[in-house]
Write a protein that binds this ligand. Structure first.
Ligand code: GLC
Length: 724
C-alpha cells in the first residue's frame, strides 16, 4: 500500500538502524557489522567475566567489581530470580553505546534447583538418554532463572579417587566420558540456543586436569602427547562435534605449559584442527595464576600469553581488562587477535538470541516440576550400584518386620545433594530414612539411630545404635561422605571412610544381624575392611533430591538395580591409580604387591542385579574384513532369573599388537536393555573399523593397522582380522 508521504525506498533510513540489531540479517553479518563499530576498549570489555550478586563458591575469591560497567561481556550469576539479571541487562542494553547484551554463566553441574545425582553416579547408569533429559531440565531451570550458560559438562577422565573432582566427571574411561559429554551438550543446548529453555554448554576443564599429581587439586599434571590424545582429548572432541558453544581452560600445568596458556591445545587442536567457532573462558583466576605457575612475570605478561594462546575470556583475573589495551599499543597482542576473540564471544551471544531477547521472563513454578522429579528418581535409581549381595541374598528385603536405619547418612538431606549442588535445598531431598519409611512403613516398624557423626571420635551414639540394631530383624547402615569431601579443592590422602564409621560398622556386625550397607559418597572408597561386615552393599553415590526414594525402592525390590561402575574401586588407597584400561605389563606374572592383593576391590563395569543374565557366544558377520567394511558382532543375552531387569551390555575391543602399545581393553560401545524373565535379546555392536578399531598417535593422527583385533563382551572374546 502506498505511503501517505509517497516515499517508496526506505533503504537509506533502515541503514541508520545498525545491521547488528536487525534480526532479519544473518548472524555472521550482524557480528561483522557490530565488530566494525566497536572501539578497542569496547572489544576488550567483551573478553571479561566478573560476578553479579553473591559468590557461593568458597574456593573462588577475587576482587569483586562493585560498579560493573555496562560494557561488561559476561557475569557469573549466582541468583535464581531473573530480576537482578534483567536489571543489569537493561544497563548493558541501554546505558552502553552499542547495547551489547551480557551473557550470564553459572555452575549448574548436576541440576540447577532439581538436583540430580552427581555426574560420576550418572555415569554408572549407562543411560545417556536419561542423562540428556536431566541436562535439559537443568537447562530450562537455569535459563528461566537468568542463566544463559552453564559451566558444564565436566569431562575430565580421572583415575585417582583421592582427587575430589573425580565426582564431577563421568569416570575413568575416555569413551564413556565422550558419550555422556555429547548427551549432556545435546541436553543443555537442545535444538537451538535461542530457545528460552536451553543454555550454552561449556566443556571443562580443558585439558588433562584429571591427571592431577597425587590426587591434589590445582597441581602439575604429567600428560604425554600420546596420553593427551588417547585418553584426555576424546571427550572434548566428542563435545565439539556435538556443538558445544564454549570450553573452559583448566588450571593445571600440562607438562610445562598450563592449560590456560597452551597454544597447542587451545589453538592448534581446538581451532585449527577441530574448527571450533565458539569461545574459551578461563577457569576462575587461571590467567593470573600463570604467575604463580612460573609462566609469567606479572599479570600483564600472563594476559599476553593467554590471549595469544587462544583463550578468549578472562574469568575474574582482571588481566584482560587491565592490560590488553596496553599490550595492543606495545604490539604484544594484535588487534586482529582481539577481533577474533570478540567475534567468537559475539557469535555465541547471537546464537543464544541475546541481542533480540536479552531479558528473562519471570515464569512461576519453574522448579521441581513433577516430571522433573520423576527423572531425578529414575536417574538416581539407575545410577545406584549393587556391589554385594551375599549368598543369603539379603536383598531385596522380604517380609521384614523390624528395620533399623542407622548411620550419619541416614537422616541427612544436604550430603545427598553432593558437591556443586547449585541451588539445591536440603529440604527438597528425600532422605534415606524418609525413603525407607515411605517404602516399608506400612508393613514394617522402623527405628532410627545416628550412631555417630561423619567423622571425629565421639562414640556416645553407639549404644543407642547397637540397641536399635539388637531390636531389628535387619540393619540398614548408612555411611559415607560429606558433600564437602569431594568436588573442587577436596582431595583426601586416603579414600577410606573415617575410623569412627568403620568402628560403628564393626560393632553392629558383631550382633549377627543381616546388615545392608548403603554408601553415599562422591568417590570410590576403600572398602576392604567394611566389605566382610555387610551382607549386602549398595553404592548410592550422592544421588540428589530423590535418593532416599530410589534407594528404598531398590531395598524393597520394587526397583531392580542396574547400575555398573564407571570407575574402579581400589582395594586400598595404596593401589591408586588402578583402572581397567591399563597398558599390558612385560611380566604379567610378576610385579605384584607383596603386602596386598593387586586386584581392585570392584572393577570397572561391576554391578549386580536381582536377576541373572546369561550371555551366549558372540558371533561376527565376518571374521576377516577390509578397512572399508563394517562388521556386526552379536551376542544373545537371556534373563535367566525371575525378575525383570535391565542389563548394560558393554563391548570392548583389544588390539594385541600395534606400533603403539594399546590398553588391555578399550570400551567402544554399550547398550542397556530391559529383559523380562526368560526373555532373550540379541545385542549388537556394529563395528566401523575406522571409528572403533583405529588408534591415535602422539600428534593426533588416527591410524588403523592390519592384523588381529579382539571383540570382548562379558569376558567372551571373538577374534577378527583386518586384512588390508
Ligand atoms: C571453579 C571451578 C570451575 C567453575 C568455576 C566457576 O574454580 O574450577 O569448575 O566452573 O570456578 O565457578
Amino acid at each position: 500500500m502506498a505511503r501517505p508521504d509517497g516515499i517508496t525506498d526506505l533503504s537509506h533510513i533502515r541503514a541508520k538502524a545498525p545491521l547488528y540489531k536487525d534480526k532479519s540479517v544473518p548472524a555472521e553479518i550482524r557480528v561483522d557489522n557490530l565488530l566494525g563499530l566497536m572501539t578497542l576498549d569496547e572489544k576488550i570489555m567483551q573478553l571479561n567475566q566478573y560476578t553479579l550478586g553473591r559468590n557461593n563458591n568458597a574456593n573462588n575469591v577475587g576482587e569483586e567489581v562493585v560498579n560493573i560497567p555496562a560494557e561488561i561481556g559476561s557475569l557469573i550469576y549466582f541468583d535464581t530470580d531473573p530480576a537482578l539479571r534483567n536489571a543489569m541487562q537493561h544497563r548493558a542494553m541501554e546505558e552502553s553505546r552499542l547495547g551489547i547484551p551480557v551473557i550470564f554463566g553459572y555452575d549448574a553441574i548436576h541440576g540447577f534447583r532439581t538436583v540430580y545425582p552427581i555426574s560420576l553416579a550418572q555415569a554408572c547408569s549407562w543411560n545417556p538418554v536419561l542423562v540428556k533429559k536431566a541436562c535439559s531440565v537443568s537447562a530450562r531451570e537455569s535459563r528461566m532463572s537468568g542463566v544463559d550458560w552453564t559451566f558444564s559438562p565436566m569431562i575430565d577422565v580421572a583415575r585417582d579417587p583421592r582427587w575430589g573432582r573425580v565426582a564431577e566427571g563421568y569416570g575413568e574411561d575416555p569413551y564413556l566420558n565422550a558419550v555422556y559429554c555429547a548427551a549432556s551438550v545435546k541436553g543443555y543446548q537442545g535444538k537451538s540456543l535461542s530457545d528460552s529453555t536451553t543454555v550454552a554448554a561449556c566443556l571443562k576443564h580443558y585439558v588433562g586436569y584429571g591427571a592431577s599429581e597425587a590426587g591434589r587439586d590445582y597441581v602439575y599434571t604429567e600428560v604425554s602427547p600420546q596420553t593427551l590424545w588417547d585418553t584426555y582429548l576424546p571427550p572434548y572432541e566428542a563435545g565439539v562435534k556435538a556443538g558445544a558453544a564454549t570450553l573452559m581452560s583448566s588450571f593445571n600445568d600440562i607438562s610445562g605449559v598450563p592449560g590456560s596458556a597452551n597454544p597447542y591445545t587451545m589453538t592448534e587442536i581446538l581451532k585449527n584442527r577441530w574448527r571450533h567457532d565458539g569461545f574459551i573462558v578461563s577457569d576462575w583466576g587461571a590467567i593470573e595464576q600463570l604467575k604463580n605457575q612460573g609462566l609469567a612475570a606479572d599479570k600483564k605478561e600472563a594476559a599476553a600469553r593467554a590471549l595469544n594462546a587462544g583463550l578468549e575470556m578472562d574469568m575474574m583475573s582482571h588481566a584482560y581488562d587491565r592490560h590488553l589495551a596496553e599490550l595492543v599499543a606495545e604490539g604484544k597482542v594484535s588487534e586482529a587477535t582481539i577481533d577474533d576473540a570478540v567475534r567468537r564471544v559475539l557469535r555465541v551471544k547471537m546464537r543464544l538470541g541475546l541481542f533480540d531477547n536479552p531479558y528473562t521472563p519471570d515464569v512461576p513454578d519453574r522448579f521441581l516440576r513433577p516430571a522433573d522429579l520423576k527423572i531425578a528418581s529414575e536417574l538416581a535409581a539407575e545410577s545406584m550400584v549393587l556391589l554385594k549381595n551375599d549368598s543369603t541374598l539379603t536383598l531385596p528385603l522380604r517380609n521384614v518386620r523390624r528395620i533399623a536405619v542407622i548411620g550419619p547418612l541416614a537422616d541427612n538431606g544436604k550430603d545427598l545433594l553432593g558437591n556443586w549442588l547449585g541451588h539445591g535445598q536440603a529440604e527438597d531431598v528425600v532422605t534415606l530414612r524418609e525413603g525407607i519409611a515411605g517404602e516399608f512403613g506400612k508393613d514394617s516398624e522402623i527405628r532410627y539411630a545416628r550412631g555417630c557423626a561423619l567423622d571425629g571420635h565421639d562414640r556416645s551414639g553407639f549404644k543407642a545404635a547397637l540397641d536399635t540394631a539388637r531390636w531389628a530383624d535387619v540393619v540398614v547402615l548408612c555411611l559415607g561422605e560429606s558433600l564437602r569431601w569431594s568436588g573442587e579443592n577436596a582431595s583426601r590422602s586416603s579414600i577410606a571412610l573415617p575410623a569412627i564409621q568403620e568402628q560403628l560398622a564393626e560393632e553392629i556386625s558383631r550382633l549377627g544381624k543381616p546388615v545392608v550397607l548403603v554408601l553415599a559418597n562422591g568417590r570410590p572408597l576403600e572398602l576392604n575392611r567394611l566389605e566382610p561386615l555387610a551382607n549386602a552393599i549398595l553404592e548410592i553415590w550422592q544421588p540428589g533430591i530423590r535418593g532416599g526414594e530410589a534407594m528404598a525402592g531398590i531395598l524393597s525390590g520394587r526397583i531392580n538395580p542396574s547400575g555398573k561402575l564407571a570407575i574402579t574401586f581400589p582395594w586400598s588407597t595404596g593401589q591408586i591409580p588402578v583402572y581397567y584400561n591399563r597398558r599390558k605389563s612385560g611380566r604379567g606374572h610378576q610385579g605384584f604387591y607383596q603386602d596386598i592383593t593387586s586386584e581392585p576391590m570392584y572393577p570397572f563395569g561391576h554391578g549386580l542385579s536381582y536377576t541373572t543374565f546369561e550371555y551366549g557366544e558372540p558371533t561376527a558377520s565376518k571374521t576377516e574384513f577390509r578397512r572399508n567394511e563394517k562388521i556386526k558382532v552379536s551376542v544373545p543375552v537371556t534373563n535367566t532369573g525371575d525378575m525383570t531387569g535391565a542389563e548394560a551390555v558393554l563391548w570392548f575391543i583389544s588390539d594385541p599388537y600395534c606400533s603403539i602399545t594399546r590398553p588391555v581393553r578399550e570400551l567402544k560401545h554399550f547398550e542397556k536393555k530391559t529383559l523380562e524373565p526368560g526373555e532373550t535379546a540379541v545385542m549388537e555392536f556394529n563395528i566401523d573399523p575406522w571409528r572403533d578399531l583405529s588408534y591415535v598417535d602422539a600428534d593426533g593422527k588416527r591410524f588403523l593397522e592390519t592384523g588381529e583385533y579382539n571383540v570382548i563382551v562379558n569376558g567372551k572374546k571373538i577374534s577378527l582380522k583386518l586384512t588390508e
